[in-house]
Design a binder for this molecule. Structure first.
Ligand code: GLA
Length: 382
């Protein structure tokens, strides 16, 4: 968590609203493995990171609420009794959506001012959206004594994304951002919403992110389409979610689904197994197995689930060519954003040099490399 980010947002808030704010830091996340399994009630393996959203928030006596996004240098005013979604793709919907979901649950919030700033590039697949939603719900819960549990808060954040942003996301991002534990990744069962923390201190390896710096359009509709395809197959199989299906079950309906959707469901069943196997590999300290599972995850995301893109595939191929990268895959929803790499300690600089050059030559644009620190979840930082 960046101390400068927090002190900057405090100053911005005081300058703009002339009041002492409550300060919240809400982190983004990485995900080691278990992609597109969350909305199938399966397993994911995320961790909160030291990058995210710093928000300053306080009650207001004015007739409207004001929200200021520092990164965009945009300010909006809105009335609590006339909430409606703003234009598609705007940051405003994350804020408005959370307030609307609180109202849907008959939680009374009064007028407030909020300013926020983030250090996660949007579209990086590191959940700046969940971080923002969580910062808003957490701040409002504190300010207006709403008595919400953290679990209730993450479902409010998720619903905001469904109803105001239009992405029918699972619960991974909001969970990881809210419940993160320093130095740990969380093996989360997305059905029971119970997680087992794993201390991440590989003997000879570390995690490294590489951002393609692209986000292809239509990713939201592609995401929702995949979720529907999974749900349709679950109904055909007469199970609650694909988490309950085996590969043998899937065979029984193979002729009733398109080959593309068969592959997608197969991917989900296999990825769910991989996430559980990854936790076992970690327990056994088997870094090579963990790496293989991560590479297989990418293969499935790219070839079966079809949520990768040329830039992500290129970065993973670069990793495969470098024998010191034990595993690499695209991370998050896909169609751009980052790869996560499990790399031997001491090799990050060499890999960065190699990949940056190759990526620039191939796509005539830069990729960005981040090292991350696994961190605590959403909290007050005054
Ligand atoms: C996005 C969604 C998550 C999850 C991932 C894919 O980040 O918000 O709920 O589905 O994609 O694993």
């Amino acid at each position: 968590m960046s101390a400068t980010l927090i002190s900057d947002i405090k100053t911005t808030f005081k300058d703009k609203f002339n009041a002492e704010p409550l300060l919240i830091f809400s982190p983004g996340r990485i995900n080691i493995i278990g992609e597109h399994t969350d909305y199938n009630d399966g397993f994911v393996f995320p961790a909160a990171i030291d990058k995210g959203i710093a928000a300053a928030i306080q009650k207001s006596d004015n007739a409207v609420c004001v929200a200021h996004a520092v990164n965009m240098d945009e300010t909006i005013e809105f009335s609590l009794d006339a909430l409606k979604p703003s234009k598609e793709g705007s940051w405003e919907n994350y804020v408005l959506g959370v307030v609307a979901e609180l109202q849907n649950r008959n939680k009374t919030v009064g007028n407030f001012n909020i300013a926020f700033v983030g250090d996660i590039p949007s579209g990086a697949g590191m959940s700046s959206s969940a971080a923002l939603e969580n910062s808003v719900v957490y701040g409002l819960n504190e300010l207006f004594d709403l008595g919400l549990t953290k679990e209730e808060m993450i479902f409010i954040s998720q619903k905001a994304e469904h109803n105001y942003v239009g992405v029918n996301c699972g619960i991974m991002d909001q969970y990881a951002s809210m419940f993160g534990i320093e130095d740990h990744a969380l093996l989360l069962d997305c059905r029971s919403i119970e997680a087992k923390p794993y201390k991440i201190d590989f003997e000879n390896h570390e995690l490294m992110l590489i951002n393609t710096n692209v986000k292809h359009s239509l990713s939201d509709s592609a995401y929702n389409d995949r979720r529907s395809a999974c749900e349709n197959i679950s109904s055909l199989l007469n199970v609650k979610a694909l988490r309950d299906a085996t590969k043998a079950d899937l065979e029984t309906i193979k002729d009733q689904v398109s080959p593309e959707n068969y592959q997608k469901a197969l991917y989900v069943i296999e990825e769910n197994e991989r996430a559980e196997n990854a936790s076992k590999a970690m327990e056994a300290g088997d870094i090579n197995l963990l790496g293989e599972l991560i590479y297989s995850s990418h293969n499935g995301l790219s070839k079966q689930y079809k949520v990768s893109c040329e830039e992500l595939d290129f970065l993973v191929d670069q990793a495969k060519e470098s024998n010191y990268v034990t595993g690499a895959r695209m991370m998050g929803g896909g169609f751009g954003g980052c790869t996560i790499n499990l790399i031997e300690k001491g090799k990050a600089a060499a890999f960065e040099t190699k990949v940056s050059k190759a990526y620039k030559e191939k796509f005539n644009k830069d990729c960005s490399v981040y090292s991350v620190k696994l961190s605590d979840g959403t909290k007050v930082v005054n």
